[in-house]
Design a binder for this molecule. Structure first.
Ligand SMILES: NC(=O)c1ccc[n+]([C@@H]2O[C@H](COP(=O)([O-])OP(=O)(O)OC[C@H]3O[C@@H](n4cnc5c(N)ncnc54)[C@H](O)[C@@H]3O)[C@@H](O)[C@H]2O)c1
Length: 257
């Protein structure tokens, strides 16, 4: 296979669903060797089978990014299998909308920060050690428009950990980009607008809320996962060889207003 990231080794968390899954499909088409990870196994099994049956190369791991040990062993397994690590996509993420109803605000806050922010940090911590061995790499974090501006009215009471976690990712991206620039490791984030995935399904299933969200995007629609994956492919590829430390909106103009 030939492509824009031919023979590069990419580790993708949250690979079983939504944006992570779409990145997996696109990256395989562009020649990457894939290490797919998610806390849930079911949909990754089919995904990996399909990629491999179409001439790609992938394997799956059940891993929880809130566990430092699991992050470490996931990175080590990937490195042992392919002998290098070039790309990390931190797409594992959660929203407090899906937290157990009996959790109080503090427990929800800790959970979302743990998965979204700390998980991305720990995955990067272990990946960077391996990337240094091959003189560089590209890390792509999934931040959000909500890391750049406040949440749309009605979606946060001010204590919602989701925007807090995404704002943390935006600053972590800049900090790591500066720290590891000389090691040839580029660190960037994507800031998607509202995109159709299981994460946003409870919002888009409500037709009034769906229309309201559409009206907040100047392009008059929400995003598709493939549009986010194409931006990730650009940042992962050598086409973005002088780009580091950016938080790139892919948002139909949401943050331009
Ligand atoms: N969909 C959107 O509108 C949108 C917008 C901006 C940013 N994002 C971000 O993009 C990323 C992907 O979101 P998505 O919409 O594809 O969501 P999704 O729910 O479709 O996929 C997220 C995946 O992460 C996995 N995951 C959750 N907790 C995990 C853990 N502890 N360890 C490993 N895997 C775990 C889930 O099992 C799931 O497969 C998230 O960080 C999300 O916050 C999404």
């Amino acid at each position: 296979m030939t492509g824009r990231i031919n023979n590069k080794v990419a580790l993708i968390t949250g690979a079983g669903s939504g944006i992570g899954k779409s990145c997996s499909v696109l990256f395989a088409k562009h020649g990457a060797k894939l290490s797919l990870a998610d806390v849930k196994n079911d949909s990754m099994i089919e995904l990996s089978k399909k990629i491999n049956s179409e001439g790609g190369e992938s394997f799956i791991s059940n891993a929880d990014v809130t566990s430092n040990d699991e992050c470490k062993s996931l990175v080590e397994k990937t490195y042992e299998k392919y002998g290098r690590l070039d790309i990390l996509i931190n797409s594992a993420g959660v929203t407090p909308r899906y937290a157990p109803k009996d959790w109080d605000f503090e427990k929800k806050w800790d959970w979302v920060i743990d998965v979204n922010l700390k998980g991305s940090m720990m995955m990067s911590y272990h990946a960077i050690k391996k990337m240094k061995l091959n003189n560089g790499g590209s890390i792509i974090n999934l931040a959000s428009i909500i890391g750049l501006v406040g949440y749309a009215q009605g979606l946060s009471d001010g204590f919602n950990p989701y925007p807090h976690s995404k704002g943390g990712i935006v600053q972590m991206t800049r900090d790591m980009a500066v720290a590891f620039g000389k090691s040839g490791i580029r660190v960037n984030s994507l800031c998607p607008g509202f995109t159709y995935t299981p994460l946003t399904k409870t919002l888009t299933d409500d037709s009034d809320e769906h229309q309201r969200l559409i009206s907040l995007h100047p392009m008059g629609r929400l995003g598709e996962v493939e549009e986010i994956a194409k931006a990730a492919l650009f940042l992962a590829s050598d086409d973005a060889s002088f780009i580091t430390g950016i938080n790139m909106p892919v948002d139909g103009g949401y943050t331009a207003q």
